[in-house]
Design a protein around this ligand. Sequence first.
Ligand code: CTP
Ligand code: ZN
Length: 155
Amino acid sequence: MKNGLIVSKIKNGTVIDHIPAGRALAVLRVLGIRGQEGYRIALVMNVESSKMGRKDILKIEERAIEEREAELITLIAPEATINIVKDYEVVEKRKQKVPDKITGLLRCTNPSCITNNDPEAATKFKTLRKSPIELVCEYCETRITEQEVLRQILE
Ligand code: CTP
Ligand code: ZN
């Protein structure tokens, strides 16, 4: 970072880097973190990035990111890098791929879709485009845009 670190390095935990500017709060939501859990977290928003112009960074101490969580993060931050930090060193750098199918998490926007009427039916979307994300419901073929994905995650 050109102007030096805004927040210090962490000892152990996860740094999610290269989040599109302004979306760090949505990433926290995907992780189910609302603040009451007690994790020590640094939220860095709208900082300069050579690759992205501006970006957000999320540092979460003593918290691992599960595979499923990493997949869901790609829906709103397809270029995100997940850095695992142990004893101040980055020991692993994960670049998650956007999954081909998304089950659960999102709702279909079509009120007559079976997933909105049968309580047993889980939503299932196929990925049409990865960045920005565009999904299609496997049951009724309704398309879901990135804007709708963000809206649902933040509501
Ligand atoms: N980081 C941290 N605490 C540490 C180590 C790293 O908060 N103990 C943060 C860095 O500030 C950076 C991110 O984790 O935001 C990745 O660190 P590093 O791999 O050292 O940075 P870069 O090489 O710039 O990463 P990339 O190549 O992915 O852009
Ligand atoms: Zn549907």
